[in-house]
Structure formats: C-alpha cells, structure tokens
Design a protein around this ligand. Structure first.
Ligand code: SAM
Length: 199
C-alpha cells in the first residue's frame, strides 16, 4: 500500500493534469514518508527516475516489502536535507545531472504554528523555493506542481509562475478538501530552457 494518504492527492492531480509520462525524471520535494514517490515511481515505470528530498529520512522504498507497484517501478533516490539550503540544492542538481527533470512536484509544508498568516507566509516561502528549483532543473515543456496554503500572497506567486509556463491552474484535489486551505498550483509546459551560466 501507499505510505501516505497524500498519495491519492498526487493520483488525482495526475488524472487532472496528466503530469507523468513513462521514462520521465521526476523531482519530489518534501517527499517523506514517500507516498508521492510511490505514485510517481509507478507512473514513470522502470525506465524512469524519481528523486525525493526531505528534512526527514525517507525509509528505502521496497515494492515487495511495502506491497505496492507491479515490479515496473522507477529507480528512486532520496536526499536528506533542507531545500532552502544551497548545499541541498547542489546535491539535487548533481543527482539529476545534465538531462534535467521532466516534472517537479512539491508537497512541502511548514510546521504549523496555528497562526494563519505566519503559516501562509512560510508555505509561500517553501513554494517559491520549489519554483526556483523548477526553473533550475526543468526541461522545456516540463511541469511543476506545488502545494501552497491559500492567502494573500498566493496570487503574486501564481502570476510569477504564469510568466514561466504555458498555463497555471489552481487545483484542490478531492483527497485534500477535508483538510484545510491547501491548494496545488499546477503549471504546465515550462517555456524556456534552464539558463546556462557559461562557466
Ligand atoms: N508527499 C509526501 C508523501 O506523500 O509521503 C508527504 C509530504 S508532507 C505533507 C510535507 C513534508 O515537507 C514533510 O515531510 C516535511 O519534512 C517536508 N519539508 C518541509 N520543509 C522542508 C524543507 N525546507 N526542505 C525539505 N523538506 C521539507
């Protein structure tokens, strides 16, 4: 089975927006305990690659022990680190390599304080981090999915993402409607190639 109920959200997002193709390379930010990794690994299949990053250690994904997938699942690599830190971003970039990523998904969420405007601001900060990683790693035509708590800074974030992708939709998957104010920005079709630094 899946390691998290969140797995069903990613299933629904993929059904809505057809995110994954076979053999894709996928980056999953805020990946622990690994439900989204399982869903992505099934969709891209054994020819694909999925790289998960989280502050928490992610237990190795074993289709047999965890009883999921049908054997045709991607190689999954995990990185333990803070995505707001340059050293974690560097490790991710090295792991992905020259080929770049076809899809970046982020389910990162801050520790909740219960103070709504603070939780919203922290969520937007993490979402912007995911957006920057997407600009760094996504191939042209690639897709980004990012979780964010609704609030006053959502619109500006959405506009910034819209400038870089063919279109952006705000999606609230049925599996997340019971809980809270979270939505997912689904950005399809990255419009330009990653910027070459030249050195
Ligand atoms: N999608 C996951 C799944 O299906 O198993 C669930 C993700 S959970 C809702 C959010 C995760 O974001 C937590 O595991 C948390 O540790 C991680 N997170 C929050 N801030 C982070 C950061 N700065 N860098 C990396 N991971 C972070």
């Amino acid at each position: 089975g899946y390691r998290s109920r969140s797995a069903y959200k990613l299933q629904q997002l993929d059904e809505t927006a057809s995110l994954f193709d076979r053999n894709d390379t996928v980056v999953d930010l805020g990946a622990a305990p690994g439900g989204w990794l399982q869903v992505a690994a099934e969709h891209v299949g054994a020819g694909g690659t999925v790289v998960g990053v989280d502050l928490q250690r992610i237990r190795d994904l074993d289709p047999e022990a965890d009883d999921w997938g049908d054997g045709d699942v991607a190689n999954v690599e995990t990185i333990r680190g803070d995505m707001t830190e340059a050293k974690t971003q560097d490790r991710l970039r090295e792991t992905i390599g020259e080929r770049g990523a076809d899809v970046v998904v982020s389910d990162m969420a801050p520790n909740m304080t219960g103070e709504y405007s603070l939780d919203h601001a922290r969520s937007v900060h993490l979402a912007r981090q995911a957006f920057e990683v997407a600009l760094d790693l996504l191939t042209p035509g690639g897709d980004l999915v990012v979780k964010v708590f609704q609030g006053r800074d959502l619109e500006a974030l959405q506009e910034d993402i819209e400038a870089e992708f063919e279109y952006v939709r705000v999606v609230s998957p049925p599996a997340s409607r019971d809980s809270s104010s979270e939505v997912y920005l689904v950005a399809k079709g990255r419009m330009t190639a990653p910027v070459e630094t030249g050195d």
